[in-house]
Design a protein around this ligand. Structure first.
Ligand SMILES: [Zn+2]
Length: 398
């Protein structure tokens, strides 16, 4: 049903009022002093106190009933294939399930589970362009899936990257999942990709499945991708001394994933914090994968890093929103005028300890999702997947 999510048919004006806590997604100021957001035609137009903003002509009014509003969560590392189906664990509606976990944007790290995935240059380019087009046309539940992420092979030449960019491809899949596993070749191709505006990521750590290979610190640093994909491994991580070398040896994004080594994720977090570099931390699930498909994976990472990594919950939410948006040049992820009106509305889970949602997350619990909004349109109400929220928002007027 969610595949037929309502599209805006005319001008829209969304008002969210009675916000109890507003998380900005931006680490430099993670909590905003406001109780109302206005969004027109999918973009945020005002943030402030109800009496100070213009709510006239609203097409949808949401009473947050004192709950918490945050930017919609971004999963920086997914492996989609076609529509809302994954052959990896043979599930349908997995993207819709992630939406119920607060995820409104996903970034493909390669459509590597496509049955019969082509590895010749013409075939891999065609598949990337197809994936980019099909996920831009079909947004399961409204979720923005940035897909079309080719996995590089040794036979590629500069002209291939120029052609992919001209066709709308903006991402590379994980370097290392194809034939290119050495530093010099990876560096050359990542450079070509960057020249034409294509972002890159790399498979860091041990092999994920038979046929893939080890990518160690030397290859990661030489390849110099924009994001150090799953620095905590997917599945298995590099030794701590190599993780430290990567953190210190570059200024690229440090991606922590659910389907990796949690101890290594905490080691990376502590290293980045010592360096004053928490703005480099971004979160993904690295799913669907052998470890499964986790609709609550991003919330679970936020809670795990906040509780075991001793990071204030409002900062941990920035790892899954503003940090990723800035690193990947997305117009969502931060509550700011002009950005996409993509939100998750949450509250402390029922019977969870702590005096508010932030304390309960810092104690290791998940919040309850009460509503998701993408492009200013309500997509889901009380989540079918999270623990029930103590308070839920309500649509009170159209
Ligand atoms: Zn990987």
């Amino acid at each position: 049903m969610a595949h037929d999510a309502p599209e805006a048919t005319g001008p829209t004006k969304l008002v969210i009022r009675n916000i109890g806590l507003l998380l900005s997604g931006a680490m430099e100021r993670p909590i905003l002093d406001a109780d109302t957001i206005v969004a027109e035609n999918g973009k945020i137009t005002a943030i402030g106190r109800l009496k100070d903003v213009n709510t006239e002509g609203a097409t949808t009014i949401v009473d947050a009933h004192g709950t918490t509003v945050a930017p919609g969560l971004i999963d920086s590392h997914v492996h989609p294939v076609a529509g809302d189906w994954t052959p990896r664990q043979n599930q349908i509606n997995w993207i819709d399930s992630f939406l119920h976990g607060g995820v409104t944007t996903m970034i493909s790290a390669g459509e590597v589970h496509m049955p019969g995935r082509p590895r010749d240059v013409v075939g891999l380019k065609a598949m990337a362009i197809f994936a980019q087009r099909s996920f831009w046309t079909l947004r399961p539940g409204g979720v923005k899936v940035h897909a079309g992420a080719p996995v590089i092979e040794c036979e590629m030449v500069e002209e291939d990257f120029k052609e992919l960019a001209a066709a709308g491809v903006k991402l590379l899949g994980e370097v290392g999942l194809g034939g290119v596993k050495d530093g010099p070749t990876a560096r050359k191709m990542v450079g070509w990709a960057r020249k034409y505006g294509i972002q890159s990521t790399i498979h860091t750590g041990g092999p994920s499945i038979p046929g893939s290979g080890l990518i160690d610190k030397d290859v990661v640093l030489e390849a110099d991708t924009d994001v150090v994909g799953h620095i905590n491994g997917g599945h298995t991580a590099l030794p701590d001394d190599q993780i430290r070398c990567i953190c210190e040896g570059c200024k690229r994004g440090l991606e922590l994933v659910h389907n990796g080594n949690e101890r290594s994720a905490l080691f990376t977090l502590r290293t980045a914090r010592e360096m004053g570099d928490l703005s480099r931390i971004i979160l993904g699930t690295d799913s669907p994968a052998g470890s499964g498909v986790q609709p609550l994976g991003i919330l679970r990472m936020v809670s795990m890093l906040s509780s075991l990594g001793e990071v204030p919950a409002e900062i941990a939410f920035c790892f899954a929103t503003g940090n990723t948006a800035r690193m990947r040049a997305l117009d969502c992820g931060i509550i700011e005028v002009g950005r996409s009106a993509d939100f998750v509305i949450m509250d402390q889970a029922q019977h969870s300890p702590g005096k508010n949602i932030l304390e309960s997350v810092q104690l290791g619990d998940l919040p309850g999702v009460g509503m998701t909004i993408i492009d200013g349109i309500v997509r889901t109400q009380r989540s079918r997947n999270t623990p029930p929220a103590a308070k839920v928002p309500e649509i009170v007027g159209h």
